[in-house]
Design a protein around this ligand. Structure first.
Ligand code: SAM
Length: 284
């Protein structure tokens, strides 16, 4: 039986998957793309040797990176997703009938084409949604050149390796800030701090210097090994992160969205980060 091991962590700590069936493998202009079938996780998308998403546990991640900012905001009409080529984030965004427009900006058309072909269990109808504006672009350049404004910006990036590194710089975050509408919020994929502490600490240092309120919240994604993963949060609205539970509950009920991980109570609890994460982001 063929196996595949993730090469994100130092080799002394990694995850190994049995490959039930190899679906597709190629090197695009930007990254090495591997798609395979695993009995437990379903279809698995990896980029440059790192798990990006799996059919079976994508909801732990996509529900939390999307519903937390949108339900905290309460009136999000325009959303920007940078990265996110698997379609999972925009699929969750479009469950909000209040959202009128979502731009998805991914650098790699090959990832989008392969996700449409093999990962429709994750993207659903998102790529066909009339509210979608699909852009093939480096997210760093997209925000640097954009004079559009968004209520929620979601950076659904890989880890800061290869082309993904551009989505972790201060300059990129400053341009995201410029593209946020008043009262808007930026959320970022910020890795598993138990094994990727510098990724979180460096992002928090940049976001803290740019926004009135910068913090992170946690979710748990089985295929992102090493404990809870963090999602960066940045807004000039200092109160947005602590939107009252009663408000979140009423908004969630009104949205009529069926979820498998997100609940208003999980949303609120997600901002109670473990001590080691707190210490990591405050020790500068
Ligand atoms: N959920 C995953 C995670 O937590 O690592 C991310 C998944 S998504 C597939 C990552 C996407 O980011 C890929 O489709 C990749 O092509 C895209 N990407 C990487 N660097 C980028 C950049 N500089 N601009 C835009 N998209 C980028």
């Amino acid at each position: 039986m063929k196996t595949w091991s993730e090469t994100l962590e130092p080799t002394d700590f990694t995850a190994t998957y049995k490959i039930e069936r190899l679906i597709h493998e190629e090197s695009s202009e930007f990254q090495h793309i591997l798609l395979f079938e695993n009995v437990l996780m379903g279809r698995v998308l990896t980029l440059d040797g790192v798990v990006q998403t799996t059919e079976k546990d994508e909801f732990f991640y996509h529900e939390m990176i999307v519903h937390v900012p949108i339900l905290a905001h309460g009136k999000a009409r325009r959303v920007l997703v940078l990265g996110g080529g698997d379609g999972g984030a925009v699929e969750e965004v479009f469950k909000h009938q209040t959202v009128e427009h979502a731009t998805l900006g991914d650098i790699d058309r090959t990832v989008i084409d392969l996700s449409k072909r093999y990962l429709s269990a994750i993207s659903g109808q998102a790529f066909e949604d009339p509210r979608l504006n699909l852009v093939i672009a480096d997210g760093r350049h997209f925000v640097a050149e954009s004079d559009d404004h968004y209520d929620v910006i979601i950076v659904d990036s890989p880890d800061p390796i290869g082309v993904g590194a551009a989505l972790f710089t201060s300059a990129f975050y400053a341009d995201c800030k410029r593209c946020l509408a008043p009262g808007g919020v930026l959320v970022t994929q910020n890795g598993v701090p138990f094994t990727q502490m510098l990724e979180l600490r460096d992002s928090m240092t940049s976001l803290t210097s740019l926004f009135a309120d910068a913090r992170c919240y946690v979710t748990h994604v089985p295929s992102y090994i090493g404990g809870p993963m963090t999602l960066g949060w940045a807004s000039n609205d200092r109160a947005l992160w602590r939107t009252p539970l009663v408000t979140l509950t009423s908004r969630f009920r009104k949205s009529a969205i069926a979820t498998r991980y997100y609940t208003p109570a999980v949303h609120q609890a997600a901002f109670a980060v473990p001590r080691y994460i707190e210490e990591l982001i405050t020790a500068r």
